[in-house]
Structures are given as structure tokens and as C-alpha cells.
Ligand binder design. Structure first.
Ligand code: C2E
Ligand code: MG
Ligand code: MG
Ligand code: MG
Length: 290
């Protein structure tokens, strides 16, 4: 009987694995079609200056509006896009969308607003990437100064010399470079020195857990980054406690649900309008009381 059960268990697992594999495969097929039929959307999450509270940039975060499965987060389909070899075209599409949208916003009101776009490590392996970025900036009439590209340590470790070369080409266009999720994975302090970076984004896990060790690590990262003339962005700020902690430790910018969740373009436009009138009122208050 035990032999029989063992056999059944084995059968059960292979079937289960088979299903997972199959689902993954089918999702890849869906993604090819979905991308071509415009099912991807770019949402935006604001970043604000710690000192003034003013929104100074937006991070572009991609989503997939699957006709049956609903909104699928990037963690579920970016790895598939990488596997099936369509991340380059998807990545360029996201970048173009983000540039078109930031141009709209800049023309409407917020002239100096920046947009930050996440890159996959694979996009760095393509040496045409800087030229493709330049073309998108030209086509959309966006100044490179208003674009930030976010990379993670996985892009950095694959081939450091090659990555540095590409980053230099991007920086020559005025583009800013941020290292994302800093403090997790294989991120090494050495990168802060060797790579031509502008910003360090502290991973949200530190800010959200905030145990005694996290406090020491975050404080240390902020100090080191600032001595290296890098700007520090705190991610995942959900509460006033998180905000106060980062402010006390001289973090430059923050991002998180406390300010806003990532929103579709139309909603982010509304949020910016509301906030800019609010900021205007606050300025008037200051002016009156001065
Ligand atoms: P990330 O670049 O570190 O983005 C921050 C993630 O944290 C986003 O998740 C955002 O929605 C979430 N987040 C922001 N504030 C808070 C908060 O206060 N609390 C919590 N719990 N979460 C917060 P999302 O949009 O699911 O993106 C996950 C990751 O997927 C991103 O991490 C990024 O690595 C990747 N990704 C997103 N968009 C793109 C893209 O266009 N291209 C590539 N290659 N990767 C992308
Ligand atoms: Mg990011
Ligand atoms: Mg991050
Ligand atoms: Mg991340």
C-alpha cells in the first residue's frame, strides 16, 4: 500500500510541476500577444523632496491588464519577458510611453518634473541601448536631464566594465542613474564608488522592518552615499514614523504609499494638479506670515 501511495505522490507532483510549467508557458504566449495588442500599461508613483514635501519626480511602473486574469504585477511577467526574449522591446516601449507621458505633464504645468524608469539587466547587454534611448528622447522631445534610469545590482554584477561603459554613454545625454533596492541582494558598497551613479534608493524592506539593525544599516547607507555626493531616496514610506525617521537621518527624497500608490496616468495628473494648488496655497501662507 505504501508503494502505491508513493507512486501516487510522485504522480501528483509531476502533474503539479507540469501544470506550473504549462501555466508559465501559456502566460508567455499570452504576453507576446498581449504586448502586441496594447495590454501593457504604465502607472506612476510620485517621489517627493523630504525638505519641502514637493513632488519632484514620478517612477514608471509597468502593469499588464490581462483580459481574463485582470491586472498582473511586474514581478509576475517581467521575468517571463526576460526568459522569452521580449524584454528589450517591452523595455523600450515602457521608456517611450514614460517619455510621452512626462512630456504631457511638463507641457501642462510641472515643467521640471522627472520620470524614473526601471531597467532589466538584460537591456544592458545590448550595446545599442544608449542609441535607442537617444532616439526615444529625440522622438518625444524630452530633455535627458528629466530622465532617470533605475538599475539593480543584477545589472551591475553581470559585466561591470561593459555596464560602466553603457552608463557613461547614458550620462553623457544628461540622464541620471539610480541604483534601486540598495542594501539587498549582492549590492556592494564598492558599486557606489565604481559606477557613475547619481541616486541610491534604499530598499523598502529596511524602512518597513526598522529593527535595531535596520536602523544602523539605513543610517550608514545614507551617510556613505551623501559623502560620495549621491542623493538618497527612501522607498516604501507607509507611515509618518517612516517619514520622520528618514527625515531625521537627512534622506533627500522619499516614495511610498504615504504619499501615493502607483496610479494610472490620468489619476497621477489629477494628483499633481491637486498637490500643486496645495503647494501654491502653502507658499501663499508663508508669504503672508513673512
Ligand atoms: P521597484 O523598482 O523597487 O519599485 C517599487 C515597488 O514597491 C513597486 O512595486 C511599488 O508599487 C512598490 N511600493 C511603492 N511604495 C510602496 C509602499 O509604501 N509599500 C509597499 N509595500 N510597496 C510599495 P511594483 O510596481 O509591483 O514593482 C515591483 C518591481 O518590478 C519594481 O521594484 C521593479 O524592480 C520591477 N518593475 C516595475 N516596473 C518595471 C519596468 O517597467 N521594467 C522593469 N524591468 N522592471 C520593472
Ligand atoms: Mg524602481
Ligand atoms: Mg526598489
Ligand atoms: Mg524591486
Amino acid at each position: 500500500a505504501s508503494k502505491k501511495a508513493g507512486k501516487n505522490t510522485f504522480h501528483f507532483y509531476t502533474r503539479k510541476l507540469g501544470n506550473v510549467f504549462c501555466e508559465h508557458f501559456l502566460l508567455g504566449q499570452d504576453l507576446r500577444i498581449g504586448f502586441e495588442s496594447n495590454e501593457l500599461e504604465v502607472h506612476y508613483q510620485p517621489m517627493a523632496e523630504m525638505a519641502t514635501g514637493a513632488v519632484c519626480g514620478l517612477e514608471a511602473l509597468v502593469r499588464w491588464r490581462h483580459p481574463q486574469k485582470g491586472l498582473i504585477p511586474p514581478s509576475k511577467f517581467i521575468p517571463i519577458a526576460e526568459e522569452i526574449g521580449i524584454i528589450d522591446s517591452i523595455g523600450l516601449w515602457i521608456l517611450r510611453r514614460a517619455c510621452l507621458d512626462i512630456k504631457q505633464i511638463q507641457m501642462r504645468s510641472k515643467k521640471g518634473l522627472k520620470v524614473a524608469v526601471n531597467l532589466s539587466a538584460i537591456q544592458f547587454q545590448n550595446k545599442n541601448f544608449p542609441r535607442q534611448v537617444q532616439k526615444i528622447l529625440r522622438d518625444t522631445n524630452v530633455d535627458g536631464r528629466f530622465l532617470e534610469l533605475e538599475i539593480t545590482e543584477s545589472a551591475v554584477i553581470k559585466d561591470a566594465e561593459h555596464t560602466i561603459q553603457i552608463l557613461k554613454e547614458l550620462k553623457a545625454m544628461g540622464i541620471q542613474i539610480s541604483i534601486d533596492d540598495f542594501g539587498t541582494g549582492y549590492s556592494s558598497l564598492d558599486y557606489l564608488k565604481r559606477f557613475p551613479l547619481n541616486n541610491v534608493k534604499i530598499d523598502k524592506s529596511f524602512i518597513q522592518r526598522m529593527d535595531a539593525e535596520d536602523v544602523i544599516i539605513v543610517t550608514g547607507i545614507i551617510k556613505i552615499a551623501q559623502h560620495l555626493q549621491l542623493r538618497v531616496i527612501g522607498e516604501g514610506v507607509e507611515s509618518l514614523e517612516h517619514l520622520e525617521f528618514l527625515r531625521e537621518h537627512n534622506c533627500d527624497l522619499y516614495q511610498g504609499y504615504l504619499l501615493s500608490k502607483p496610479l494610472p496616468f490620468e489619476n497621477i495628473c489629477k494628483l499633481l494638479e491637486e498637490r500643486s494648488s496645495l503647494e501654491h496655497e502653502i507658499n501663499l501662507e508663508e508669504w503672508r506670515s513673512a
